[in-house]
Every structure is written in structure tokens, then in C-alpha cells.
Design a protein around this ligand. Structure first.
Ligand code: DGY
Length: 428
């Protein structure tokens, strides 16, 4: 990308951020996702910081203003009514002052806040805002290990595919097939009004998503009960690795700000969880594999969930193995990194998390590879990401063979990740 194209891409990315800005929070894209989403917002804050640092902190503060009393940060905050999304606040029935969903999402906040803090030009403002956020993020991390690992194995389970953010990944197929779907309240999907149904999860998957939601709602969203009562408990390496990275980053930031107890608690969480994460490494597959906590079975699915752990401080030889996997993908595909291996069972190049490339997972993998010294591969991922937006605009996700744009358009976190990739390129 030459200088003119770079500045055009940057302007385009800023325009997408502005368009999806609702003042104190951003929506992922209008129509399809009209509320505030947890991990979208935290990663979007990185891009917002390039426009306005104050506004970037506000994005994360708005999300944390809706923390549950038990410490959970919900995956959606329904700030204002909108009838373009299912399931809306009435379906969740969480009885929060501002309605929210009742499940969580990947814990990227600790990572994002550290990055905002390090890059801040207004250091005094950053320190003050960071100090206020630290205990809240710490409480969320505690919540994860208490409520999603109640038997103390060192790794947390997701109880709903939406918690992983990779809704219809092949990783969940077998576990989701055990979720009953009879007796659910009839519903009308809205996502397929905005995106091609062939790019979205199937009806069978939605039925299971709704069954789980109604099951948890019947338990009054009591997180002390949900884990053991859920027929779906999956230990996702990516979800755990993101939490480990967040604990590591929170620990470092708390140390800098003199908050010793928060620092020590999060360092201890990260250390214990990293050791447990290593039990998910598969030498045969050269990637981490998920585990079904209900059956104890390893899930032999070749998805991006097995590569994303490079975002955490995993051992160097594991990071090297992951760099080799990504290189192998680059050898056979137009664009990397696909959300599922192209020659593996279940691969669908255009269906949401079953094959398409997402810039947000590209960003996390590239960041982890760079930290591990795998610079060439990190650069290759960044380049592929920028080629995608040059060719196909700021889509939700892309076909890994053709680069075709898929899902929703003018997507906020895609724009934020483009800003991150361009920032790294200019700094290089
Ligand atoms: C959706 O509705 O598609 C979301 O991914 C759930 O968070």
C-alpha cells in the first residue's frame, strides 16, 4: 500500500468509526448490531484513541458502567431500543437497570486498557482513568475463574457459543448437538434481514442458542448455578488465552500504578492458567484443541481457536509452531488467517466463523506472533488484512480464497483493526 492509499484507508476507517459512534459507545454496524457489544467496544477503543483519546476511554468506561454486581461484564448493553436485532432485551430478561444480555464475551478489556495507557499522550488523564478501571477489570477476572471454573481446573468454560464470540465455529458442533431444542419459544431472526443467510449461522444453531438462553433465564441468570446446570460447557483455548493475556497486562499495569494486590492477583491467575492451557496443546495437530468439559473429550477441530492462544505469553516453541501453521495457510490461500482450515471437515468459506477471515482475530494473532519474535509472519498477516480492505472495503469478514466481503458492511472493529495495522506499518 503506497502513502496515498494508506492515507485514504485511514480516512475511510475514521469515517466508519464516526458513523457508528453513538456518543459514549459505538455500535458494531448499524441495523445488524444496533447496541454496544463487549469485545467489539474494547478493541474499537484502540482505533478511537487515534481520533480522540478521551472518547476512547469513554468507550470502555461506558461498558464497565454496566458491570453486574457479581463482576460479570455482559456481552451486549442495550442502551436504546431497536427492533432490528434478535434476541432483544425482553428475551434476555436480565432485569438490569439498563438492559443487558446475560452472558459474557472474550476478556479483551485488560489488554485494550493497557495499550491505551501506554500510548496515551495525556498521561495524567490516562493514569486517572486507568486507576478507576483496574478494580472493575480485576473483579471481572475474578468472576471468570469463580463462575466459569467453579471446580478449580485452572481454565474457564464458555456456556454459550456467543460467549466465545465465534458463534458458529466448527469447534462447538458436537457439544451443541447435545443441547436440546424442544420447547423453545417461537422466534423470528432479524440477522438474516441484514446479512445473507448463507453467511450466517443455521436455524438449528439458532434453536440451540435460544434454548440455552431460555434455560439460563429460567435460572434467573444466577451465575453460581449456570455452569453446572449448562449442557454446554466448552473449554476454548482462544477464550482462555485472551483472559490470560488480559490478566498479564492488568498485572503489569497495576504494578506501574502502584496497585500491588491487583497486580499480584492477576499475575497468579495468569501463571496458573498458562500451565493449564498447555494441557490443550496437540503436538499432532500443531495447535491447541478445545475440550468438552461435560464429556471430558478433546475436540479435534482445526479452527482458528487453536492458533489464537499465541496472543497469550505461551512458550516460544508453541508460537513457532503456530507461525508455521499460518505459513502453511498462506501457501494455499489468497488471504489469511481463515477461521477454519480449508481442507478440514466443516469448512465453509463464506459462513461466519466456519472459514472466513476476520481482521480482529488477524490482529490478535499478529500481535502475539510479533511479541514472540515471529515478525515475518506477523507482517504477512498485516499485509493480507490491508489487501482485503483495499479490495473489498470494511466488511464484517471475508472469503479467504477470493477476498469477497461477507456479513455486515462498514464494520466498526474492522476499521479499528485497519488503523492498528496501518499504525504498525507507519511505525516500522
Ligand atoms: C449475533 O447476534 O450474531 C452475535 O454474534 C451474538 O452476540
Amino acid at each position: 500500500m503506497n502513502a496515498a492509499n494508506t492515507s485514504q484507508a485511514l480516512e475511510h476507517a475514521f469515517a466508519v468509526l464516526r458513523e457508528n459512534d453513538r456518543g459514549t459507545y459505538t455500535v458494531p454496524t448499524k441495523g445488524l448490531y444496533p447496541f454496544q457489544w463487549n469485545w467489539d467496544s474494547c478493541l474499537t477503543a484502540l482505533g478511537l484513541a487515534e481520533l480522540d483519546e478521551d472518547r476512547a476511554w469513554t468507550e470502555i468506561e461506558t461498558l464497565f458502567a454496566h458491570q453486574w454486581p457479581d463482576g460479570m461484564i455482559p456481552h451486549i448493553v442495550f442502551h436504546v431500543p431497536a427492533d432490528t436485532y434478535f434476541p432483544g432485551p425482553d428475551i434476555w430478561g436480565t432485569n438490569r437497570p439498563t438492559p443487558t444480555s446475560g452472558i459474557t464475551q472474550p476478556a479483551v478489556a485488560g489488554f485494550a486498557v493497557k495499550r491505551l495507557f501506554e500510548r496515551a499522550t495525556d498521561k495524567a488523564m490516562a493514569a486517572a482513568r486507568c486507576r478507576a478501571l483496574l478494580p472493575k477489570i480485576d473483579a471481572w477476572h475474578r468472576w471468570f475463574y469463580e463462575n466459569r471454573d467453579p471446580h478449580g481446573e485452572g481454565l474457564v468454560a464458555i456456556l454459550h457459543p456467543w460467549e466465545a464470540g465465534r458463534d458458529n465455529s466448527v469447534d462447538w458442533d458436537a457439544a451443541l448437538a447435545k443441547v436440546p431444542t424442544t420447547g423453545i419459544t417461537p422466534y423470528t431472526r432479524r440477522d438474516t434481514d441484514h446479512a445473507n443467510p448463507a453467511h450466517r449461522p443455521t436455524k438449528a444453531q439458532y434453536d440451540a442458542y435460544v434454548w440455552l438462553l431460555e434455560h439460563f433465564r429460567a435460572l434467573d441468570w444466577d451465575n453460581t448455578k449456570l455452569h453446572d446446570a449448562s449442557p454446554f460447557q466448552v473449554i476454548d483455548p482462544a477464550f482462555n488465552a485472551i483472559l490470560i493475556r488480559a490478566c498479564t497486562d492488568l498485572s503489569a499495569m497495576a504494578a506501574t500504578l502502584g496497585q500491588v494486590e491487583i497486580s499480584q492477583r492477576n499475575a497468579a491467575r495468569a501463571e496458573r492458567a498458562l500451565a493449564a492451557l498447555d494441557t490443550l496443546w496437540s503436538p499432532e495437530e500443531g495447535r491447541y484443541l478445545a475440550r468438552n468439559r461435560v464429556t471430558g473429550e478433546q475436540i479435534a477441530s482445526q479452527s482458528i481457536g487453536g492458533l489464537l492462544p499465541v496472543f497469550a505469553p505461551i512458550p516460544a516453541e508453541r508460537a513457532k509452531g503456530i507461525a508455521e501453521r499460518v505459513q502453511a495457510l498462506l501457501d494455499v490461500l489468497g488471504y489469511i488467517v481463515p477461521s477454519h482450515e480449508p481442507d478440514a471437515v466443516g469448512f465453509e468459506p463464506q459462513r461466519y466463523w466456519r472459514g472466513p477471515v476476520w481482521l480482529v482475530t488477524n490482529f490478535m494473532i499478529a500481535d502475539g506472533l510479533r511479541n514472540a519474535g515471529e515478525t515475518a509472519m506477523a507482517d504477512a498477516i498485516a499485509q493480507s488484512s490491508l489487501e482485503l480492505i483495499s479490495k473489498s472495503g470494511f466488511a464484517e469478514y471475508y472469503d479467504p480464497s477470493t477476498g469477497e466481503p461477507l456479513g455486515g458492511g462498514r464494520f466498526t472493529w474492522t476499521a479499528a483493526m485497519v488503523i492498528e495495522f496501518l499504525r504498525a506499518k507507519t511505525a516500522a
